[in-house]
Design a protein around this ligand. Structure first.
Ligand code: AOF
Ligand code: ZN
Length: 364
């Protein structure tokens, strides 16, 4: 592997471990190298805290003079919660910068690179870009569209069923696939289900990972506010619960949930919850990623609204059969094949006894 790739892949490795903790900011890491010695390391830990380059340059101190910096994302050029990293890089006396991803943030978008080049620094871009881009797919989508990145997760049998014809649905995939699924909860700002899933399964929707994890905001789409106060999402206060309803719910019904400060009832403007309206509201609230976990009607609503950005599908080597057995995307479905959106396969991998397929929407 060439030298640039080696240090960039080291930075990518560090940034990877912060996915899910930096929202609404991206996951970024930086390595400062002088005379083939690593003299500074940095990651962006949390929005509002210093950027990766700042930590790495601080560690390097005077050794940053005439050194190289390897960053997973183009250094920023704007005054946000912190001064521009491109300026910090210039002032530290860095001689060469190697970058993996560009920053599509309209406030940056090439200007970071420009600033450094104008200061006479040698800049190399696009080193391991694909690997680095994969870390920040939701940030890139959010910063460009002001809407959250929507990931649709499902688990099904080889013949595409999520339950038997009598409705039994627990444990279609194995332990490892289920554990893998919890990683997506940890990495998402929000997890979303429909009221039917709440009534049928009474889920908690928290992240259960070895060594703990962060819990996403729990979102329920519940047009008529049918969720009972006894539901785990109301009784369990480990994470916020946001319930989106249609416009026709009374204040008295909303007030039933007053004793639960972690619960927010949000009536939208139309009779039924519309995905478009929901998604823009979530974007305004700086929710950058949503994991849609069930059920079929909800999945269908997102598919037909054209709002699915990525699918994560676990397939168990089982045949269930039954013409009435449910499939991951239910509802009305898309009527004409020519209206069906094609996704692109990003990866296929075996997870325990199951297969995991990730596909992504082609971003124009
Ligand atoms: C970098 N290095 O480590 C990160 C960057 O509100 P602020 O000041 O934290 O700025 C956030 C923006 O800065 C974010 O939208 C993205 O464009 C960039 N993030 N840039 O040079 C970092 N986290
Ligand atoms: Zn910065």
């Amino acid at each position: 592997m060439d030298r640039d790739k080696r240090y960039i892949s080291m930075a990518i490795q560090m940034a990877k471990e912060t996915v899910g903790q930096t929202s609404p900011n991206p996951s970024v890491a930086a390595v400062v190298v002088k005379d083939n010695q690593v003299v500074g390391l940095g990651v962006h830990v949390k929005a509002g805290e210093p950027h990766a380059e700042v930590h790495a340059l601080q560690m390097a101190g005077e050794k940053a003079e005439d050194a190289e910096i390897f960053v997973t994302l183009e250094p920023c050029s704007h005054y946000g919660s912190t001064p521009p990293c491109a300026k910090a890089v210039i002032e530290a006396g860095i001689r060469r910068v190697v970058i993996a991803s560009n920053d599509p943030n309209p406030k940056v978008s090439g200007r970071g690179i420009e600033m450094m080049e104008q200061a006479g620094i040698e800049v190399r871009t696009n080193v391991m870009k694909e690997e680095a881009d994969a870390l920040n797919r939701s940030f890139f989508h959010f910063i460009q569209t002001k809407e959250p990145f929507i990931r649709l997760k499902s688990a099904m049998s080889l013949d595409g069923k999520i339950a038997t014809s009598t409705g039994e649905s627990q444990w279609i995939t194995g332990e490892e696939a289920r554990r893998d699924g919890h990683r997506y909860r940890h990495q998402s700002d929000a997890i979303l289900v429909g009221i039917n899933t709440v009534l049928a399964d009474n889920p908690k929707l928290t992240t259960r990972l070895e060594g703990r994890g962060s819990h996403p905001i729990r979102i329920v789409l519940d047009t008529k506010l049918r969720i009972p106060p006894s539901a785990q999402l109301i009784q369990n206060q480990e994470a916020p619960t946001w319930i989106f309803t249609g416009k026709n719910v009374s204040q008295a019904e909303v007030d039933t949930f007053k004793p639960y400060p972690h619960v927010k009832i949000i009536p939208l403007n139309e009779e039924k919850v519309r995905i478009g309206e929901l998604v823009s509201y979530l974007g305004e609230q700086k929710v950058t990623s949503v994991l849609v976990e069930g059920g079929g009607t909800i999945a269908d609503a997102f598919v037909r609204a054209g709002k699915v950005n990525e699918t994560v599908t676990y397939i168990a080597p089982k045949l269930i059969g039954g013409k009435d057995a449910l499939t991951p995307v239910g509802g009305e479905g898309v009527k004409q094949l020519k209206q069906v959106e094609a996704f692109e396969i990003l990866s296929t991998e075996q997870v325990g006894d199951d297969i995991k397929i990730i596909s992504v929407k082609r971003e124009e």
